[in-house]
Design a protein around this ligand. Sequence first.
Ligand code: ME8
Length: 515
Amino acid sequence: MNKQSFYITTPIYYVNGAPHLGHAYTSTAADVLARWNRLEGHDVYFLTGTDEHGQKVEAAARLAGIPPQDFTDRVSADFQDMARVMNISNDDFIRTTAPRHKLAAQAIWRKLQENGFIYPGAYEGWYAVRDEAFYDEDETELKPDGSRIAKAGGAAVEWVVEPSYFFKLSAFQDRLLAFYEANPGFIAPQAKRNEVVSFVKSGLRDLSVSRTSFSWGIPVPGDEKHVMYVWLDALVNYLTAVGYPDESAAKFHYWPASLHLVGKEIIRFHAIYWPAFLMAAGLPCPKRVFSHGWWTVEGEKMSKSLGNFIDVRPLVEELGLDQLRYFMLREVPFGNDGDFSRKALVGRINADLANGLGNLAQRTLSFIAKNAGAAVPPKGALHEADLTLLALGAELPEKVRAAINRLAFHEALQEIWRLISAADGYIDAQAPWSLRKTDPVRMNSVLYTLCATLRSIGVVLQPFMPASAAKLLDYLGVGADRSLAILESPLAEATPLPAPSGLFPRIVEEQNADR
Ligand code: ME8
């Protein structure tokens, strides 16, 4: 069988600081897409990892007083731990200090050189170590104390003059514009696409792609005083993981990637440099780059460099993993910026999870356990109200699919919660508790309808809240096959059901707690 393949990536995260909410966010969004595509029966390859070279990492290791490799081993392990805690289902974890990556990065370099796109020169310009980026003079500003900073982000810049190899980015302006034109879906959301297109139209200058002022990087083949520019090194990770330079590797069929998920600050690297490098190397470009927004925390800008970021692990421990995953994807339309606050998180847990889905499941399942023989009740003759609710359940996968394919996670969740509200309205209107004595056959039809509805909800929720959805499906007696396809067959009657327990505890905040 020829399965459709889906190769999705997160950015590889810098190891100069610890993992935080922003990293957890991108990884969770990518995880939902990976899990959804697996549910669809696609052949998924999901990659994340760590970006371990560059001056910033070298400096952070020096500050920690340990060799850079030991430092990156330690921090990379911490990122892997965060992925584990967040239940990220990545198929591979790439590290740019791994031998397989050095091989791939050097192979690309040689390819670019062979194809005539790399030449030696000298670089002069404003360089921000923090951003690992060069800025034009007009992208910087002079502060009253005489120091100069990058306008975007405020990183200190310094004038750098050093021998450097250049990549002929200027030769790709027309090719890139033609590529964007021919592939309107390549950059999303639309506003980002417009930004990138006008940036490219304004003219591209050749890019300095090597440095000699530090050594923590991949040596330039044939001129080992130079290390490769960290962004060239980093972007190649997406190829390394599928076996490059061995284009006959088993995993190479995943290339080109279906989707690179990135934060908005690195869209330029992914939507301009990366396709240019690939074109220069004669390789196909990724199908899509999606740029999402940034979280602030309690109204403040969060950044590793500024040091006010939050580690998600204690939050998961205290409030629950699926609760946090749900919040991140429900609270803010993907692509927009958002603010993370404890109050908003607790509010959503209580309103949507404890009172919403949790309560609906508990009301239904504990009633069945007590009054309907602890098994899926017989369907009987269905009424109009039952058929209406079942029809909404049957439409749910398609609605969720449409939203997920647009990366509108919040809309996918809204669709699911619309069905939860409809089911709440239904249970109140049908009042199975009052049918118990008067019309047990009708009571069973109502309970059956609710179980079938909860099954639809449980199946489509799996990518978002894997553990909670699994628990819900267990309580509904659903077997090992939990794919979207099972929703096409009616729920089997008489399946014995285990004793249910609450899915989402209510969070009670202490009165007057000042957080
Ligand atoms: O840029 N809100 O690594 P990085 C939302 N190594 N997402 C955030 C965020 C926030 N406040 N802060 C970070 C790098 N992120 C490079 C990437 S790829 C070839 C190389 C997320 O550790 C977001 O996805 O600075 C952002 O793009 C990424 O973390 C940056 O991680």
